[in-house]
Design a protein around this ligand. Structure first.
Ligand code: EPU
Length: 338
């Protein structure tokens, strides 16, 4: 195990924030991970697990140990006429896995194409896009319990999945490191093209709804709307879409008849944060190197050399204006590292 000192993290976070970490350790096996955690426990350093670095905003240098997950490998565990169970190590790239499954005609994650990050990070925030969430196909996962260094298995219900949330962001925050994920995919595709953008893309391009076409549609839509982190620093949606009570939604609808609203149940309504932010005049905003993406205001961007603090302050200002105008408290989706 190699412990590197004073490592720059600019190329390890998709926001491209220029900060350093005191120590940096890459682990590519369970033994290396246990060794790294023993080192951390001996010195009581704070630590941070980094997968693709695609859901984090560093606001300052990190005075601890960054653990970079490079656990690799995938294995078919089982298959029957209808399903296949595939176990994937947590340091694998998520999109590469999607591509591999689509090439093999296994369905279930095609709507989640092009989401940046690793397989291990995917269940932590229950990644979702275009009408699908990983919770629909996740059978189980294995995770290392940090205090005891024991491996625990979590079945799907144990993960307590919610919209962009799981037990690993709640009571087990910083307690576990995901080692592998087992997905149950379909050999006979069950297609989901109910999301308006996907449906429209298929119609406009006169494409049959098929596994491969949905995959390509999602890629095309994402490329059109979302900035490529390789070109412009960003971490996808910066905020979650807020939920409000039905009463609140009805009051808002009277004031803003064009407000899009998606009822989730009898008394909860989801409102697109992108719409709220756009209405507050932030869409396309730019100051120096930080700003709000012109095509998708939910995405904050670093055009070149913005600091994490500048992006953080921009996020705070957006939250204040949405709160003042709509009485809705936006919540960041991105993990903010103080
Ligand atoms: N909208 C605007 N102005 C815009 C863009 C969007 O008002 O400039 C409104 C429209 O009403 C639109 C609605 O926002 O119908 C929804 O927009 P979009 O379909 O682009 O999705 P989103 O709610 O903004 C969510 C996820 C994305 C995911 C897409 C597609 C969250 C926080 N974000 O965005 O996930 O790709 O749906 O399913 O739930 C991510 O998590 O990083 C991410 C990119």
């Amino acid at each position: 195990m190699l412990i590197q000192s004073s490592v720059n993290l600019k190329n390890y976070n998709t926001f491209k924030i220029d900060v350093n970490t005191r120590y940096f350790v890459e682990f590519c096996s369970l033994d290396e991970l246990r060794e790294a955690l023993t080192f951390i426990n001996q010195h009581t350093y704070p630590f941070l697990i980094l997968g693709g670095g695609s859901n984090i905003l560093f606001t300052s240098d990190f005075d601890g140990v960054v653990l970079k997950n490079t656990l690799k490998g995938k294995k078919i565990l089982q298959e029957d006429e209808e399903h296949i169970w595939i176990k994937v190590q947590s340091g694998e790239n998520w999109h590469k896995l999607v591509e591999y499954c689509v090439n093999n005609h296994w369905s279930g994650i095609e709507n989640l194409a092009l989401i940046p990050g690793t397989v291990g990070a995917a269940p932590i925030q229950n990644i979702g896009a275009y009408g699908t969430e990983i919770q629909e196909v996740l059978e189980s996962l294995e995770a290392l319990h940090i205090p005891t260094l024991h491996i625990h298995t979590f079945l799907n219900p144990d993960c307590q999945f919610e919209y962009r949330n799981s037990i690993f962001k709640k009571q087990y925050l910083n307690q576990y490191i995901i080692l592998s994920v087992t997905l149950k995919l379909r050999k006979k595709p069950k297609l989901n093209y109910s999301y308006a953008d996907v449906q429209q893309f298929l119609e406009q391009n006169q494409l049959e709804p098929s596994l491969v076409n949905i995959y390509h549609a999602v890629i095309a839509i994402r490329k059109e709307k979302l900035p490529d982190p390789a070109m412009v620093g960003n971490a996808g949606s910066f905020f979650k879409n807020p939920y409000v009570t039905l009463d609140h939604a009805n009051t808002l609808k009277k004031l803003y008849p064009n407000m899009p609203q998606y009822p989730l149940n009898e008394d909860t309504v989801k409102i697109p944060a992108a719409w709220l932010i756009e209405q507050c005049g932030w869409k396309g905003y730019r100051n120096q190197d930080f700003g709000v993406h012109p095509k998708q205001p939910l995405v904050l961007v670093n055009y070149a050399n913005a600091s994490g603090m500048q992006i953080y302050e921009l996020a705070q200002n957006i939250m204040i204006s949405v709160k003042n105008k709509f009485n809705i408290q936006l919540e960041p989706e991105v993990h903010i590292k103080p």
